[in-house]
Ligand binder design. Structure first.
Ligand SMILES: Cc1cc2nc3c(=O)[nH]c(=O)nc-3n(C[C@H](O)[C@H](O)[C@H](O)COP(=O)(O)OP(=O)(O)OC[C@H]3O[C@@H](n4cnc5c(N)ncnc54)[C@H](O)[C@@H]3O)c2cc1C
Length: 455
């Protein structure tokens, strides 16, 4: 039997798409500047058993599979590959169990990030990792990329919340990893191995997540700085002071002006950097933490500092931060980077990015998670400038080089995908990368899962 006939037999009718009008929708993720391939077909299974059956058929025919969540990857991680089967988890979208006593939730991978917190709100709980894409990215994709977000400075990243996984391996075998218990050291940490493996080691079909008690409010401050160095000092001083901000975000001058153009919020267009600080500690501690943070910003040389505990005002400020991606998409083609340095080196990194952009005549907007040193320099390719993409990509490579020179990482949260594979050995070293390739060969000897990505 042919592959497509066997796949059709392995899943209920309507679970396999071959019509290009449908499959074309699964070619792209959000990495607009990398040309995707054409999938052989798109499988849309609705149960773990159907995923396993589809994987077994594909493995028997030696056909590669691209696992796909909601397709919001910014590193070309879920784009279609020529001749491969794309397997979408969109129908695996059920919340399976909520245990408010032990603060655990079990979901299928196609559940969206924001839906997890929504499902737990009535119990006074929430799921902390909060990518700016939380309303349109899936938990399976978050696990596969070890996604971060705005409040990770206090609460940590996806890896810190994944208790258990169910995974379909490359040959269709189903395994379970992890434990519901707070402690557990039985065997190697396979859960940790799959988190961040970008669909190259297995397809996640069920996720057990730890939850946290929902804070009862937040206080937020905004501070403008005349120089990058003074903003960097404020970040370092806040970190060293022992305060536990639940959010510490930075925007450079170009990004401040971008947001101001879109919102007319009254941001200081001349500021070199803007910091957003938030505390969600219980009252009255959060007020004290905000007071301390604003004093530290003043002492570091801020030209303007204001704090609020009005949720609407805070929401407006955070919306301004979250909307940067959309504003850039309206202006042209944004080439997102995602690099990380230790916090004390953020001013050096921002200064290097400005120099690199000027040298290549590229337009850079840098913002990101100052609290954990994870920066997003976005290079904008304006539609009316045919040479802009070449210049932007040259700047993109140089920013990664500069990050490595500063002892940083080529990706803080978006992943390696197809776009940064060439830099991986520089960061990891040859022996480390070879060991990772051996692990990949053990789990997927024929190299069928997410081919052409980082391994
Ligand atoms: C505007 C914007 C803002 C963003 N902000 C953030 C942010 O703040 N923080 C952040 O971390 N990311 C951010 N991202 C990137 C993206 O949303 C994340 O990488 C997200 O985790 C991807 O989830 P997804 O469901 O869309 O996965 P997809 O794009 O579908 O897939 C991503 C990767 O996961 C693999 N995968 C997906 N599902 C599975 C599965 N069930 N099993 C195995 N592998 C799987 C895919 O093969 C691929 O390698 C942003 C993206 C956009 C467009």
């Amino acid at each position: 039997m042919s592959l497509l006939t066997e796949l059709e037999a392995a899943m209920p009718s309507g679970s396999l798409a071959t019509d290009p009008d449908v499959t074309d929708r699964y070619r792209f993720d959000r990495t607009t500047w990398v040309e995707p391939g054409h999938p052989l077909a798109v499988a849309i299974p609705g149960t773990r058993a159907e995923v396993a059956a589809a994987v077994k058929v594909a493995a028997a025919h030696r056909v590669p599979i691209v696992p796909r969540g909601a397709g919001s990857s910014l590193c070309a991680g879920s784009q279609a590959v020529d001749g491969a089967l794309t397997l979408s988890t969109e129908k695996l979208d059920r919340v399976l169990d909520l245990d408010p006593v032990d603060e655990l939730i079990t979901v299928e991978p196609g559940v969206l990030n924001a839906e997890v917190s929504a499902a737990t709100a009535d119990e006074g709980l929430f799921y902390p990792p909060d990518p700016a894409s939380k309303t349109f990215c899936s938990i399976g994709g978050n696990v596969a990329t070890n996604a971060g977000g705005l409040c990770c400075v206090k609460y940590g990243v996806t890896r810190d919340y994944v208790q258990r996984l169910e995974v379909v391996l490359a040959d269709g075998t189903v395994i379970e990893t992890g434990t519901d218990t707070i402690k557990g050291v039985a065997g190697l940490d396979l859960t940790g191995l799959f988190v961040g493996s970008e669909g190259t080691l297995g397809i996640v079909t069920r996720v057990g997540l730890r939850l946290r008690r929902r804070p009862d409010g937040a206080a937020t401050a905004v501070a403008a700085f005349p120089t990058l160095a003074s903003a960097g000092r404020a970040v370092a001083d806040i970190a060293a002071s022992g305060l536990a901000p639940s959010l510490l975000e930075i925007m450079d001058r170009a990004t401040i002006n971008l947001v101001e153009d879109a919102t007319n919020m009254g941001l200081d267009r001349d500021a070199a950097a803007l910091l957003l600080v938030q505390s969600d500690s219980p009252s009255p501690l959060r007020g004290q933490e905000m007071d301390a943070a604003t004093v530290l910003c003043d002492a570091a040389g801020a030209s303007y500092v204001a704090a609020t505990d009005d949720p609407d005002e805070a929401d407006q400020l955070l919306q301004a931060r979250r909307m940067v991606g959309w504003v850039l998409e309206e202006l042209g083609e944004p080439i997102w980077d995602d690099v990380g340095v230790r916090r004390s080196r953020i001013p050096q990194l921002l200064a290097r990015i400005e120099d690199i952009a000027a040298r290549h005549d590229a337009e850079a907007f840098t913002f990101g998670h100052a609290g954990d040193g994870n920066m997003h320099p976005v290079l904008l390719v304006r539609r009316n400038d045919p040479d802009a993409r070449r210049r932007a990509l040259a700047a993109f490579d140089d920013i990664i080089e500069a990050t490595l020179e500063l002892g940083g990482t080529i990706t803080g949260e978006h992943g390696v995908g197809s776009i940064k594979a060439g830099f991986l050995e520089r960061e990891l070293g040859g022996a480390n990368l070879e060991l990772q390739r051996r692990i990949k060969r053990t789990l997927d000897p024929d190299g069928l899962l997410n081919p052409g990505r980082w391994l």
